[in-house]
Design a protein around this ligand. Structure first.
Ligand code: FMN
Length: 366
């Protein structure tokens, strides 16, 4: 799918999705870690009926694979966020809409009313602005807030610098050549709605002014306590990368954490989330649900993370490659490929349900 995606989208867009920070070491370490997971293959267990469902924040999903929040989805393919949410709704999965989404919370709720939707938030420079965004999530039936905490400053993404990435794309001489190479993508971009941070429509600010307001590098644990006081639904903290921080946020009345290094797009020398998963689950797993993301690229990656104790995994690039390759159908295909691998893997390790997967004694090879 990534190969087809690369053929169908301009290099600047493909690289924005595929790329990570600085030397891209964190991402490749995460990928390598997934290949080192080893599960016990138990035979003669009657796996004629397999159930992949799991309870996430108290409600059942058909697979413990959720859609991570990703900005600018309409840049990847003009069908955008609503197409991903639609696949999630049809398959009883969870979709998280990014603050930097190119579809607003209200539009998403209207286009895909049946979706189980979470809203990804940043604590913004100004509390009143943060509240205005939280209000949109509340009014439009978002079930949970996903607070991203690994972005005190933006990651240094050199591929984007080299490619001269701007949103919306600026027309320069090399843009004309790029249009000649991917005419369909460009036609779709110019003939569908304006590309913007849709949650901030009407704020009368440029994208760079907005980006400046969205990230507050002075955010602390106290801001989580504040958020707890203004939002009565579940809060998920995204971007936890060590046991101490997991313990600290678990005390603050949140419901879940996502162990995540932002897919390697922020700090490029941190620990690999998968390698600290078991320790984090042992420390806080009875207080909060522990999810993981970063470099989950197959059903077996997901199965391995679940076996090591994650309640669910989140995917980012995997579904973005799907949407870039083939729009909504591509996202559907990605889920079905991952589901097939997940179910096949469960049968081959002798597990009928997720609870049994967690008792497999899986490990990460040295
Ligand atoms: C193109 C792209 C845009 C992203 N935008 C956001 C965002 O707006 N907010 C956020 O919290 N995480 C964002 N992320 C990070 C994802 O939520 C997730 O942590 C990451 O993609 C997981 O790694 P994976 O892509 O290898 O699956 C983005 C990731 C990608 C690839």
């Amino acid at each position: 799918m990534a190969r087809v995606a690369k053929k169908r989208t301009p290099k600047v867009v493909f690289d924005y999705v595929a790329g990570s920070a600085v030397d891209e070491v964190a991402y490749s370490r995460s990928r390598a870690a997934f290949a080192r997971i080893e599960l016990n293959s138990n035979v003669l267990r009657d796996v004629s009926a397999i159930d992949t469902s799991e309870l996430i924040l108290g409600k059942s999903v058909d697979l413990p694979i959720c859609f991570a929040p990703t900005g600018y989805t309409r840049l990847m393919h003009h069908v955008g966020e609503a197409a991903v949410a639609n696949v999630a709704a049809q398959k009883n999965l969870i979709y998280a809409l990014s603050t930097m989404g190119t579809t607003s919370p209200a539009e998403l709720a209207q286009l895909v009313p049946g979706s189980r939707r979470w809203f990804q938030l940043y604590i913004m420079k100004n509390r009143a602005d943060t509240l205005a965004v939280v209000k949109q999530a509340k009014e439009n039936g978002f079930e949970a807030l996903v607070l991203t905490v690994d972005t005190p400053v933006p990651g240094l993404r050199y591929r984007d610098n080299r490619n001269g990435l701007t949103v919306p794309p600026k027309i320069r001489l090399d843009t004309i050549f790029a249009i000649a190479r991917k005419p369909r993508w460009w036609l779709n971009l110019f003939t569908t709605g304006k590309l913007e941070f849709a949650a901030f429509r009407g704020w009368d600010k440029s994208l760079s002014e907005l980006a400046d307001l969205i990230f507050d590098s002075s955010t602390t644990f106290e801001d989580i306590t504040w958020l707890r006081s203004v939002w009565d639904g579940p809060i998920v903290i995204k971007g936890i990368q060590n046991v101490e921080d997991a313990k600290a946020v678990a005390q603050l009345g949140v419901q879940a954490i996502i162990l995540s290094n932002h897919g390697g797009r922020q700090f490029d020398r941190g620990p690999v989330p998968l390698e600290i998963l078991e320790e984090v689950v042992a420390a806080v797993g009875t207080k909060v649900e522990v999810y993981i993301d970063g470099a989950v690229m197959s059903g077996l990656d997901a199965l391995g993370a679940i076996a090591l104790g994650a309640k669910a995994v989140f995917i980012g690039r995997a579904y973005l490659y799907g949407i870039m390759a083939n729009g909504e159908a591509g996202v559907d295909q990605i889920v079905e490929i991952m589901r097939k691998e997940f179910v096949n893997g469960m049968a081959l390790i002798g597990c009928r349900n997720i609870e049994e997967v967690r008792t497999n004694d899986a490990r990460i090879r040295n």
